[in-house]
Design a protein around this ligand. Structure first.
Ligand code: ZN
Length: 243
């Protein structure tokens, strides 16, 4: 029996600390949802594992709560913060350099923000959001082109902007689509859902039977994508649900 060790239960890493106690204590720690167990020093590893397996749902629920809180806290654009891009979490690194500001990804999990010396928080934020806008524009452009072909419609225009209450909008008559800039942080299947939703509004303006039967036809699992999108209620501001 190890004294302090790490074990993995259904993909969740758990730190186990042994102490001369009677019962097992389980905690999920902020801010990252790290799982810690204090176990009686004589309890067998298998028993600890079995007890943890029973608590798996609870652990996941706590972790989701922390993730949600983390996503909703206001960003300072300083090193070490988590930032999301296409549904993936990245660690922010800030480089100060007297050159044109830029943002780029490095390796698997780093997002590098390069700004001039003494750039204020609002400047850093603007640089980040410009990057998000460009990236989302490129990504969404491809997805829109692909789905225009599949559905057989053509949007006259699409653009990216900050919107307080919607993930996307479509002007049915003018065939103009706007996408919420915050989508750049969301998983790609969520972005796809919003794009298909708005493209179908070119065919039918309302959420009528035709609309839902087209959604079912083109994206049979659209409901779970919508749920995923609405699960974490956006970033710094208060938002209402998407449709
Ligand atoms: Zn709609």
């Amino acid at each position: 029996m190890n004294s302090n060790f790490c074990l993995s239960v259904n993909g969740i890493e758990v730190s186990v600390i042994r102490k001369p106690i009677k019962n097992l204590h389980l905690s999920v720690m902020p801010p990252n949802g790290w799982v810690r167990v204090t176990a009686p020093d004589k309890m067998k590893d298998e028993v600890i594992k079995a007890l943890l397996a029973v608590k798996l749902r609870w652990i996941k629920k706590q972790q989701a709560k922390f993730e949600c809180q983390e996503r909703q806290t206001e960003r300072e654009y300083v090193a070490g913060e988590s930032h999301y891009f296409l549904g993936k979490r990245y660690r922010l690194e800030v480089i100060f350099k007297d050159a044109k500001p830029s943002v780029f990804l490095r390796g698997n999990n780093k997002i590098i923000l390069q700004v001039r010396h003494e750039s204020s928080k609002s400047v850093r934020q603007e640089v980040m959001y410009n990057w998000y806008r460009e990236e989302l524009f490129l990504y969404a452009g491809e997805v829109i082109a692909e789905w225009e072909g599949k559905i057989g419609v053509k949007a006259e225009f699409f653009g990216i902007k900050r919107m307080r209450t919607r993930w996307g909008s479509c002007n049915h008559e003018k065939r103009r689509i706007w996408l919420n800039l915050e989508l750049a942080k969301k998983p790609v299947n969520c972005i796809e859902y919003v794009i298909v939703h708005e493209l179908i509004h070119i065919i039918t303006k309302k959420h009528d039977n035709e609309f839902f039967s087209l959604m079912d036809k083109y994206l049979p699992n659209w409901k779970s994508m919508k749920e995923e999108l609405n699960r974490f209620m956006l970033s710094d501001e208060k938002w209402s649900k998407y449709d």
